[in-house]
Design a protein around this ligand. Structure first.
Ligand code: FMN
Length: 316
């Protein structure tokens, strides 16, 4: 059987995404495939935990896809790969800045051109807009997006509006006021190995050269269409706010801080009023909305889907 070369490009601050990547990669290596994990390194590191001002000040450039530079890739990236996995976190409904920087680079065009690409996201729970951007960036680099895997924080959607920012701003992710710990559940992280096993089998029979998803039937994603509607509204507002704030100055400049403060007030107001109200309204209107939400869900879950028919085969 021809062994394949797999490149995994990743950037994670806490190591959570790196843990998920490790689970996916282990079965590929066990099957004899050659996997190189390239960890992106920003030229100026991003802080962890984030000071509040830096956290807010990162928003406009995240959303407008204007990243600061990353360090050159390691020499292992000079070769050609059979499959590329891009693992990312979401920052302000967009891919994190280091991943955006990579996908916009000449290196990405060389590595992805004509190649099958699998995207993997681990974030709070709002990744739809970021994934739409990833689709565009992967396509612009010449890559063929074949599968997408999504890992989200374990708490209820509304609780994560508190637990995830608390984690990002203080570094503390433990159980808080009765809410589950921030981040992806440990059993979900361990379960990521099923994707590695399925990918290894797909590579063994050259399935990466085709066009169909390789990871369907494995509950690769699970979209809550009700959150999708809130996220769409958020993305529309972010487009306006990010342009306005950038018109006042560059990242780090004092003169854009008054507008950043207004943005924070807007964001908090939305989270405590509009998001719960919109979820409540959608629950009340569920009988009317159901067919539309089902169609939206199917569209947003492509290509890999939320079906589970292959789980028994690849779960350990
Ligand atoms: C600046 C910033 C913005 C974020 N924005 C979002 C977001 O819009 N949606 C989301 O689901 N998660 C968001 N997160 C959470 C991250 O996607 C991720 O879950 C968290 O930073 C931990 O990632 P890591 O363990 O890979 O370092 C954000 C995190 C940071 C630092």
């Amino acid at each position: 059987m021809p062994l394949k070369n797999v490149l995994v490009v990743s950037y994670s601050q806490t190591g959570q995404l790196a843990d998920i990547v490790r689970e996916v990669v282990a079965p590929l290596r066990a099957a004899g495939h050659d996997v190189h994990v390239e960890t992106l390194v920003p030229e100026t590191p991003f802080p962890w935990p984030w000071p509040f001002v830096d956290f807010v000040d990162a928003f406009p450039e995240c959303f407008q896809l204007d990243p600061p530079p990353i360090r050159p890739l390691s020499p292992a990236c000079d070769r050609s790969y059979d499959l590329v996995v891009v693992a990312y976190q979401v920052w302000y409904l967009a891919p994190s800045l280091p991943v955006t920087a990579f996908l916009q680079s000449a290196d990405a065009r060389r590595l992805l051109d004509g190649k099958p690409v699998v995207t993997l996201v681990a974030c709070r729970n709002m990744w739809l807009n970021a994934q739409a951007t990833m689709r565009r960036l992967v396509a612009a680099a010449g890559g063929r997006l074949r599968d997408h895997l999504a890992f989200i924080d374990q708490g209820p959607a509304l609780a994560t509006f508190i637990t995830t920012p608390r984690w990002v701003l203080t570094g503390r992710r433990d159980r808080f006021l009765g809410m589950p710990p921030a981040g992806v559940a440990p059993e979900e992280i361990r379960g990521a190995s099923r994707f590695g096993r399925a990918l290894a089998e797909a590579l063994d029979c050259d399935a990466e050269r085709g066009d169909d998803p390789m990871l369907s039937g494995l509950r690769a994603v699970n979209v809550n269409p009700r959150l999708a509607i809130s996220e769409r509204a958020g993305a529309r507002a972010f487009a306006i706010w990010s342009r306005l704030i950038r018109a006042c100055g560059r990242r780090g400049q004092w003169r854009r801080r008054p507008l950043l403060a207004l943005f924070v007030i807007y964001l908090v107001t939305m989270i405590i009023t509009v998001v719960p109200l919109s979820l409540l309204l959608q629950t009340l209107l569920a009988p009317v909305l159901r067919p539309r939400l089902a169609a939206l869900r199917e569209q947003l879950e492509s290509p890999s889907g939320s079906q589970t028919h292959n789980l028994a085969r690849y779960e350990s």
